[in-house]
Write a protein that binds this ligand. Structure first.
Ligand code: UP5
Ligand code: MG
Length: 190
């Protein structure tokens, strides 16, 4: 049995920056499988798992779920899928997430797509999303922004120092943002 070498791209950026939206486009054009850590955690709540209540409380507070929980869900999703190219959206969110994923899976990302957007625009998008997410209220949004600035931006900085960050301006209309994303995914050496 030959272990397949998995290709992973982390898609990082603030709450409401458009990670999920751009991932859907990347899947269509470049054949990746999209794994949103947040979606996996929300599915875990719905499934009535023993961790469900804990996860729900963390998400309501905008806090980062313990990495062993998230990593297990990501690993399971990758094992259940025959694809060898994955977009991991919204993970790793802090230094501990990053180091634990690397040591547990042995996977280093090919690169990090940094979906960069102003806080004002992200707030506007989240407040008008209307998909019933329990964390899309102004109180939780502020908490999510704070955690993003304090814990998630340093992860992007870490990868930037290794030359692995591809930053795109996500403040523009969806189609224009995707043009920049396409350029990243079609350029050589990525
Ligand atoms: N939209 C998108 N692009 C637009 C554009 N260019 N112009 C205008 N509108 C645009 O987009 C958000 C909204 O904006 C949508 O209505 C979209 O149509 C519109 P979306 O693509 O959904 O943005 P995204 O970046 O995916 O926003 P999301 O809210 O999903 O980001 P978060 O990072 O906040 O959410 P996530 O689901 O990743 O995490 C939620 C919580 O789960 C975290 O706060 C945390 O508590 C927990 N979590 C963990 O603990 N660990 C993890 O590893 C992951 C999550
Ligand atoms: Mg999302």
């Amino acid at each position: 049995l030959v272990e397949k070498k998995l290709k992973v791209v982390f898609v990082l950026g603030g709450p409401g920056s458009g990670k999920g939206t751009q991932c859907a486009n990347i899947v269509e054009h470049f054949g990746y499988t999209h794994l949103s850590a947040g979606d996996l955690l929300r599915a875990e709540i719905k499934s009535g798992s023993e961790n469900g209540t804990m996860i729900q409380n963390m998400i309501k507070e905008g806090k980062i779920v313990p990495s062993e929980v998230t990593i297990k869900l990501l690993q399971r999703a990758m094992q259940e899928n025959n694809n060898d190219k994955f977009l991991i959206d919204g993970f790793p969110r802090n230094e501990e997430n990053r180091a634990a994923f690397e040591s547990v899976t042995g996977i280093e990302p090919e690169f990090v797509l940094f979906v960069d957007c102003s806080a004002e625009e992200m707030e506007r998008r989240l407040l008008s999303r209307n998909q019933g997410r329990e964390d899309d209220n102004i109180d939780t949004i502020r908490k999510r922004f704070k955690v993003y600035m304090e814990s998630s931006l340093p992860v992007i900085e870490y990868y930037n120092s290794k030359g692995k960050v591809r930053k795109i301006d996500a403040g523009k209309p969806i189609g224009e943002v995707f043009e920049a994303v396409k350029a990243v995914f079609t350029s050589p050496n990525d």
